[in-house]
Design a binder for this molecule. Structure first.
Ligand code: RB5
Length: 154
């Protein structure tokens, strides 16, 4: 798969570790930075990574900051992005099976490198289940597009 990866200054080491891990498994990893230890605004990395997905240059994305929250919230402001912010493999797996998450975010200050690898594996290996979950994902996308749910009263 083509996987885009982005991070802030807190997560350079974890990004580099995951990049090596994914490349060893045969994935193509597109790095949008940062690779510096100087303070870096995480919305920039979220924007650059999600733009690659929107433009069809990457299949999915991994975002890492201190907690995963700032970079994940930023990603979820981008059209067509469903970013799961999570710290455990179970949530990661279900985020693909039920929510068809195309981006995953976590925190380098929250989890260690082994757990990060497990989370990424569960998410990449899972498949979207469709069916009733497709209807709900469609509703998420309608909320994104219109701010409303057709047929649902306020
Ligand atoms: C940086 O200090 C920190 O705020 C950032 O990495 C992240 O945790 C924000 O959500």
């Amino acid at each position: 798969m083509k996987i885009v990866i982005g991070n802030d200054h807190v997560a350079v080491e974890m990004k580099q570790d995951l990049t090596r891990y994914l490349e060893e498994k045969g994935h193509e990893v597109i790095n949008v930075g940062t690779d510096e230890s100087a303070s870096f605004h995480y919305p920039i990395s979220a924007y650059r990574a999600c733009k690659k997905i929107q433009d069809g240059e990457a299949d999915c994305g991994i975002l890492i900051c201190g907690t995963g929250e700032g970079i994940g919230i930023s990603a979820n402001k981008m059209k067509g992005i469903r970013c799961c912010i999570c710290s455990d493999p179970y949530t990661a797996k279900l985020s693909k099976q039920h929510n068809n998450a195309n981006v995953i975010a976590f925190g380098a200050r929250v989890i260690g490198p082994e757990l990060a690898r497990m989370i990424v594996d569960e998410w990449l290996n899972a498949e979207f289940m469709g069916g009733r979950h497709q209807l709900r994902v469609d509703m998420i996308m309608e909320l994104e597009a219109t701010g409303r749910l057709s047929g649902i009263e306020d």
